[in-house]
Design a protein around this ligand. Structure first.
Ligand code: PLP
Length: 361
């Protein structure tokens, strides 16, 4: 699905030098690369503040903690996402409330959010799935109307925009992951939270470092969740290229779409935002046939996500009998094709040919 070797080789000189400089400095935790990276990301995204942490999952948990979300609170989110989105909600003691998605964008449907609001609702947590921005104009309006905290899961959407604004800068918090396969990926785990106010940034900085603002003084229970200097140094190198990587992903997507438009439901672009194609995900009634054919040709294909969260064992009791028809229908038909910036035209064409052959047979 993803070939990370190309990118490393392309940036090897710069990355290797950055790593060796950190090793030589022996400053490994909360040093100059972390603070510079935070400033550089904030500038790139147009976010007032950026606070790094150890993973995208922690970014979500830290944002929820900083918002004061806890036991007894409900957080409305999507069931068509990676488990981490809901896991973070549970980790702070709150309850994820799963609502249905839009059949074209696969993102949380604003109308279904409104229907799920109760007196216990504290926050809404949309995911910009596969790099496609959620309908932020509608979701922001709902959150403002009901005084709910808006936390964006941007793990798959670094550089995506919604109505000209970067995802992660629209709600109160934007949560990013730098897992190696993400659009901006490091060489291990890493994450970051963007936020709008200085108070929230200060709170996040304390929470990621054992609830401490002054050494050995602890104001609340936090986490040990810091991005390390090695990862920050690598990310500073890659950040300079991320725009070009995202453009390359879009070119790959356009080539897939041109080759498959008559046979499958293509990823949808509404023209209101910029989709950065973390994944290229199509819908087909014949997904299994395509998958078998890809595998027979040693081409990777993947199903993100085969079991929506409301159908997972861990939520069996909570979601007992819950039906999310659009989510279930999409989960039964979705298929993601290989996607990374360095994917060559001839490789894209080969994947297209194999998919066409599977469907036309
Ligand atoms: C990857 C991902 C996360 C978690 O990020 P990690 O850095 O792996 O903890 C959260 N949400 C979504 C939608 C993701 O894709």
């Amino acid at each position: 699905m993803v070939d990370l070797q190309h990118q490393y080789h392309q940036l090897k000189t710069e990355i290797d030098r950055a790593i060796l400089d950190v090793l030589e400095s022996t400053q490994f935790i909360l040093g100059p690369n972390v603070s510079s990276f935070e400033q550089e990301v904030a500038r790139y995204l147009g976010a007032p503040h950026a606070v790094s942490c150890a993973s995208g999952t922690d970014a979500l948990q830290l944002a929820l903690l900083a918002s004061g979300v806890g036991p007894g609170d409900e957080v409305i989110t999507t069931a068509f996402t990676f488990i981490a989105t809901a896991e973070a909600i549970c980790q702070v003691g709150a309850t994820p409330i799963f609502v249905d998605i839009d059949s074209r964008t696969f993102n949380i449907a604003p109308a279904s959010i409104e229907q799920a609001i109760t007196p216990a609702t504290r926050a809404v947590l949309p995911v910009h799935l596969f790099g496609q921005p959620a309908d932020m104009a509608a979701i922001s309006a709902i959150c403002a109307r009901h005084r709910l905290t808006l936390i964006e899961d941007c793990a798959q959407s670094f550089g995506a925009t919604a109505q000209g604004t970067m995802t992660g800068t629209i709600g109160s918090f934007g949560c990013f992951s730098f897992f190696p396969s993400k659009n901006l990926g490091c060489c291990g785990d890493g994450g970051l939270i963007t936020c709008a106010t200085a108070e929230d940034a200060e709170s996040l900085r304390a929470l990621r470092n054992h609830g401490s603002t002054k050494r050995y003084h602890h104001d609340r229970i936090g986490l040990n969740s810091r991005l390390d200097e090695l990862q920050a140094a690598i990310l500073r190198v890659k950040l300079k290229h991320v725009e070009q990587f995202n453009q390359a992903r879009r070119r790959v997507a356009q080539r897939y779409s041109a080759g498959l438009s008559d046979l499958v439901q293509l990823p949808y672009e509404d023209g209101k935002g910029l989709h950065v194609y973390h994944q290229y995900t199509l819908l087909s009634e014949h997904r299994d046939r395509i998958m078998t054919s890809l595998n027979n040709h040693q081409i990777a294909g993947a199903i993100y996500y085969p079991i929506p969260l409301h159908r997972q064992q861990v939520f069996r009791e909570q979601c007992c009998g819950q039906s999310l028809p659009v989510t279930e229908s999409v989960a039964a038909r979705c298929l993601s094709l290989p996607m990374y910036p360095e994917l060559a035209d001839q490789d894209v064409d080969r994947v297209v040919a194999v998919v066409r052959e599977a469907l036309e047979a």
